[in-house]
Design a protein around this ligand. Structure first.
Ligand code: NDP
Length: 461
């Protein structure tokens, strides 16, 4: 089934994800003439159509991306309607089936808490809607390997495998996808992209903000499930995988799963979990909560390309800034002529992929320092993709568009998600209390740092 969807159903239409990401994405699709289908919001809250429309307006305005394009917003508003009911009630799905009578390929977006997924999937199947529809499921996909398998089982019992779209929105980011292109379209990189030349890799995903009013949700999740299991391991896979043998969704996922399988389970002794000071006072957080708001760890990949190269990962809330970066550090050059007796050994070359805002690549190389002596000084070769390439579409807009088209390139496959859960299993739900850290720092001082420490993160100025 690969033709375009003819309806979108948003379960959880009153929620945070719809407000922050999905409404703006639908609006952007309308702007480029890619919407053109009815959008039905489903929720328990007794919202009327008008309420959903004004909510959509507020979401679009809140993105701060300039004046609203009234024609596009008008199209979105026209397409919106509400359906209110209880997810356990068959009448809700009968009513939905009525509304979707004319639709051959509806897309169902489960923007609801995972605890409700099974109920909704069952309701859609019983009403005969799953058989002709596509379903989009958000991350985290399950809570561990076993629950991910269970969720896959429910989904596969109702939907065709080709119609299940598992979102890790990192796969929809132009900057993250750009890692693959940068690696495999630039010949100069390949000869040194291996353990002979790479000393180590550091990946940081820092969030300057906290739980943003969602502490109740976050407390049941934590940094390992929220970010490490999905976003960070995706970045590792894209940096480390072999080139896909074809440009199709399965060829990509085949290579990804291969490299994930070569990663040993993470070890608690290499892992530091942190919790920012003040977290326990937030509404919705258990008073003795051991949920981590920061984690740092290290993994290795047992392959001919990567054996012995440490991949350091860290992510946390209330960090000094918001940034996602992967820094690949090459081995140190010999000193040769460049030092004399008293000068420093030249620093290492770094290839820094900036994957968040102001995305791009920076390569730190050695140049001759001005003056009489032949000594080196690091300089940056930097490209900012926004200025070089112009505006790129947001992840959720691309992913919604893809799912509507039935394109699966940018969605996770069942086996990749299971591998990710296998890797993080030993550090899930550790009983020890996370180490406290102050907001605005890079986590607890006791993190096991890479030899030589973490490279400074390029924060947005
Ligand atoms: P919310 O907590 O905002 O919930 C969404 C909606 O679901 C609520 O507005 C509520 O609507 C309904 N709901 C809440 N609890 C229940 C319940 N127990 N039974 C039935 N309905 C309920 O979730 P988010 O929008 O934040 O997230 C939705 C999904 O997306 C989740 O799976 C989350 O993990 C995932 N996600 C969210 C991100 C985000 O930034 N928010 C980012 C990445 C993934 P009503 O009461 O009106 O029915």
């Amino acid at each position: 089934m690969s033709s375009r969807a003819d309806a979108v159903v948003l379960f959880g239409a009153t929620g945070d994800l719809v407000r922050k990401k999905l409404m703006p994405a639908l609006y952007e699709l309308a702007k480029v003439g890619r919407l053109g289908v009815p959008v039905i919001g489903v929720a328990r809250s007794a919202w009327e159509d008008e309420r959903l429309r004004s909510h959509a307006r507020e979401s679009v305005e809140a993105t701060g991306r300039g004046p609203v394009d009234e024609a596009a917003f008008g199209e979105l508003a026209q397409s919106l309607s509400m359906l209110v009911g209880d997810y356990g009630d068959a009448a809700l799905y009968d009513e939905l089936a009525q509304r979707l009578q004319g639709a051959q390929r509806p897309v169902f977006y489960l923007a609801i808490p995972p605890s409700v997924f099974a109920k909704v999937v069952q309701g859609l199947a019983s009403a005969g809607l799953a058989a002709r529809g596509r379903v989009i499921v958000e991350k985290p996909f399950g809570r561990d390997q076993e629950s991910a398998r269970e969720l896959n089982g429910w989904l596969a019992g109702a939907f065709d495998q080709q119609s299940i779209f598992r979102i890790d929105h990192y796969l929809g980011k132009e900057s993250v996808e750009g890692l693959l292109v940068f690696r495999f379209a630039n010949t100069f990189l390949e000869p040194f992209w291996n353990r002979n030349h790479v000393a180590g890799v550091q990946i940081t995903l820092g969030e300057a903000f906290g739980t943003e009013g969602r502490a109740g949700f976050y407390d049941g999740v934590g940094a390992v499930r929220d970010v490490l299991q999905n976003h960070l391991l995706q970045v590792v896979a894209l940096l480390a995988m072999e080139p896909p043998i074809a440009d199709d969704a399965d060829a990509y996922r085949d290579e990804e799963v291969k490299v994930l399988r070569q990663i040993s389970p993470l070890e608690p002794r290499n892992t530091v979990r942190g919790q920012y000071v003040g977290y326990l006072d937030e509404d919705g957080v258990g008073e003795d909560s051991t949920t981590e708001t920061f984690v740092s760890t290290c993994l290795t990949i047992e392959s001919w390309r990567w054996a012995g190269v440490p991949f350091y990962l860290r992510t946390g809330k209330h960090m000094p800034g918001s940034a996602t970066e992967a820094v690949v550090e090459l081995r140190r050059p010999p000193r040769l002529l460049f030092a004399g007796q008293d000068a420093d050994v030249p620093s290492t070359n770094l290839v820094r992929f900036r994957l968040g805002h102001s995305d791009g690549v920076t390569m730190s190389v050695q140049a001759k320092a001005p003056g009489a002596r032949t000594v080196t000084q690091p300089v940056d070769l930097r490209v900012d993709f926004e200025s070089a390439l112009g505006h790129r579409r947001e992840a959720y807009e691309r992913l919604l568009d893809d799912a509507m088209d039935g394109r699966r390139h940018r969605f996770a496959r069942e086996d990749t998600i299971e591998e990710e859960w296998r890797i993080v299993a030993p550090i899930l739900d550790l009983p020890d209390r996370p180490v406290p850290y102050y907001k605005g720092t890079w986590g607890p001082p006791s993190t096991h740092p890479p030899a030589g420490g973490w490279h400074e993160v390029a924060l947005r100025s």
